[in-house]
Ligand binder design. Structure first.
Ligand SMILES: Cc1cc2nc3c(=O)[nH]c(=O)nc-3n(C[C@H](O)[C@H](O)[C@H](O)COP(=O)(O)OP(=O)(O)OC[C@H]3O[C@@H](n4cnc5c(N)ncnc54)[C@H](O)[C@@H]3O)c2cc1C
Length: 583
């Protein structure tokens, strides 16, 4: 592997720029993982997956926005990787030499290129197509691991550099702006924020927030699906294809199911409304997940799992929610936002839960204008040196209080019960009690929210004494549990009284503890009735359900083999009937 110190030790001026730039990413940046040198043995094995090609100096291999780019391995010569800078001047992000290779996160998915690649001198390169790359990822485990690690570290570097990707322009605190920013952050997409003064956005509200794409095009007020499509974040499966497993939800349970299913050879698609990670992605630090003694942020865990799934060939339809599900001739047809169909032999419902809201007048007015449901680095910026409120008695509220107490001036923590004892882990209770930056208000609830454009004042009362507290503050973190995301199932599977999916023992044929009342539809994680609401249990259920799916598919194949080719025809007739009804 390349010694990072040697990487640019060849003395020309541009290499020095790249060296300075990479070093500016800080000591945590794993240069040796981002820019590895393949061994001669690896290169010899790679030759059977690619074709050797010669390029003159200054040849563009791919440019910003290009999709499905090939991977290039340097046999002789040099490739510069160029990142646009905030000032418009391109930066040499890296210089690949003999036995280095091109590509970053977008090598594993359909996202457009966020950097340019150009030969510096006449070069001989091994070009590996996406199809061949997928084949080599399956067959050459050691090389696959080197590529995957490089892809993620390069993306971390590009995001950290803060100059490439898209430009998001709008008024700070604008709800649509926050939604777009959250989408880009949660999907690790490089972007820069440009604040536009309120007067300007008010005068031209149809234009803001606006996104400037890498090719200079400006999209005013894009929806999440529009932006995702532009950037290639959504991968929609071929409508003619029937995949083995469709996983609804890319939280810990869904990601685990996808990794296990794809690694065991099943054709797998994950449909995710927002970004991989689910609720866990909103956690600043998960400290009780096995194997991470110093804790891990939800976003980090999600990114690693997402990458692991991509490595095994999982497709991700990100930014589209499933709206309906129906079964035709033993095949499940999911309809996504925008009417997009996805067909699968088996479905894993891992749609988790969404945050519960407070019952206070004007509540919706302040959503994303002072009311938050996640306490990550993104929200913490809004709390610097401010007094803030956290509401809730569970572990997520406890974690939020502790995390924010290191950034905010003071945290007022409200809980309706008389203590945290029954609802929060003891390690969090002890830390909260020992913090001079957190005041706990037991038996208390918020009774009023006030403010002109955004939250400015919060009032709460003590339910046993009636004492009222009013504070001028602009951020409240609402962490009072969650409700299941099962509305889209529309009576397809049996639910319990609270709307969670009932599983296990419902069908004498299928003894899977994760089987729902509809054969071929399984449910795992927080969305399942009586599940333990934890990352580890969600991951456990997601991985275990795959062996039940194998059993179901084997039986399903036997049953369908009696009626060949009937299924797609049946699905098309449903389409025709539906479009006729809608006309
Ligand atoms: C702030 C916070 C901190 C937490 N901290 C911890 C902790 O420290 N330790 C711990 O063990 N647990 C913690 N938890 C709980 C843990 O995150 C959850 O138990 C876990 O995420 C559940 O995983 P899941 O995959 O079942 O569902 P979720 O994480 O809820 O994921 C469901 C996914 O499905 C998607 N989705 C929903 N409906 C649809 C649809 N119709 N179509 C497509 N996609 C859809 C959602 O966008 C979401 O991404 C925390 C939770 C929160 C909110």
């Amino acid at each position: 592997m390349t010694n990072p110190e040697d990487q640019f030790a060849r003395g020309d001026a541009i290499a020095t720029i790249a060296e300075t730039f990479l070093k500016s990413l800080g000591p945590d940046f794993r240069l040796e993982l981002a820019f590895p040198e393949l061994t001669e043995d690896m290169i010899a094995r790679l030759r059977s997956y690619g074709t050797e090609e010669s390029f003159p100096a200054d040849a563009t291999l791919y440019t910003l926005g290009d999709r499905m780019t090939d991977m290039f391995v340097v046999l002789e010569g040099k490739i510069d990787i160029i990142l646009p800078s905030a000032e418009g001047q391109p930066n040499i992000y890296a210089r690949h030499r003999k036995n280095n290779f091109t590509g970053e996160f977008n090598l594993l998915n359909s996202q457009g290129a966020v950097v340019e690649a150009r030969t510096l001198v006449p070069s001989t390169l091994l070009r590996i197509s996406r199809t061949q790359l997928r084949r080599l990822m399956r067959a050459e485990g050691d090389i696959a691991n080197v590529i995957v690690a490089a892809c993620i570290w390069r993306r971390i570097g590009i995001v950290k550099a803060g100059s490439g990707g898209v430009l998001l322009k709008g008024r700070p605190g604008d709800p649509q702006m926050m939604l777009l920013q959250r989408f880009l952050v949660r999907n690790n997409y490089p972007h820069r924020i440009v604040d536009v003064p309120a007067e300007e956005t008010d005068n031209d509200s149809a234009r803001f927030p606006a996104v400037t794409l890498s090719d200079g095009r400006i999209t005013p007020r894009p929806s999440i699906p529009e932006l995702a499509d532009e950037l290639g974040i959504t991968e929609l499966p071929d409508p003619e294809m029937i995949c083995d497993v469709a996983v609804v939800g890319g939280g810990p349970a869904g990601l685990a199911a996808a990794v296990y299913a794809a690694s065991e050879g099943l054709c797998t698609t994950v449909i995710e409304g927002m970004a991989p990670g689910g609720q866990a992605g909103a956690s600043s630090k998960i400290e009780n997940y096995l194997g991470f003694p110093a804790g891990v942020s939800g976003q980090q865990l999600a990114t690693r799992a997402h990458l692991q799934a991509l490595k095994f060939g999982v497709h991700f339809a990100i930014s589209r929610e499933v709206i309906t599900i129906e079964q035709v001739d033993g095949i499940h047809k999911l309809t996504l936002q925008g009417g997009i169909p996805v067909c699968a032999r088996a479905v894993v419902v891992a749609s988790g839960a969404q945050y519960r809201k407070l019952d206070v007048e004007n509540y919706m007015k302040y959503e994303n204008r002072g009311l938050h449901y996640a306490a990550t680095a993104m929200e913490s910026v809004l709390c610097r040196n401010q007094e803030i409120v956290v509401v809730g008695g569970g572990n997520s509220a406890g974690q939020a209080s502790l995390f924010l107490s290191g950034i905010a001036k003071h945290v007022h923590h409200l809980v309706r019960r008389s203590s945290f004892a029954e609802t929060m882990s003891q390690y969090l209770i002890s830390r909260i009690e020992n913090s001079s930056h957190i005041t706990v208000y037991t038996e208390s609830e918020i009774v009023a929210l006030d403010g002109d454009r955004s939250l400015e004042k919060v009032s709460w009362v003590n339910l046993s004494t009636g004492e009222r507290t009013v504070k001028d503050l602009s951020a409240v973190f609402v962490m009072i549990g969650a409700e299941p995301n099962t509305g889209w199932l529309f009576g397809t599977v049996r639910l319990d009284k609270k709307g969670f999916i009932r599983t296990g023992g419902l069908d004498a044929f299928d003894q899977s503890p994760y089987a729902t009342s509809m054969p071929g539809i399984f449910a795992v994680g927080d969305v399942r009735a009586n599940s333990v609401k934890r990352v580890a249990s969600a991951v456990g259920e997601g991985s275990v359900v795959v062996s039940d799916i194998h059993r179901y598919l084997a039986d399903h194949r036997n049953r369908l083999s009696a009626r060949p080719n009937s299924t797609l025809a049946a699905l098309r007739s449903v389409d025709a009937a539906t479009s006729g009804a809608n006309a």
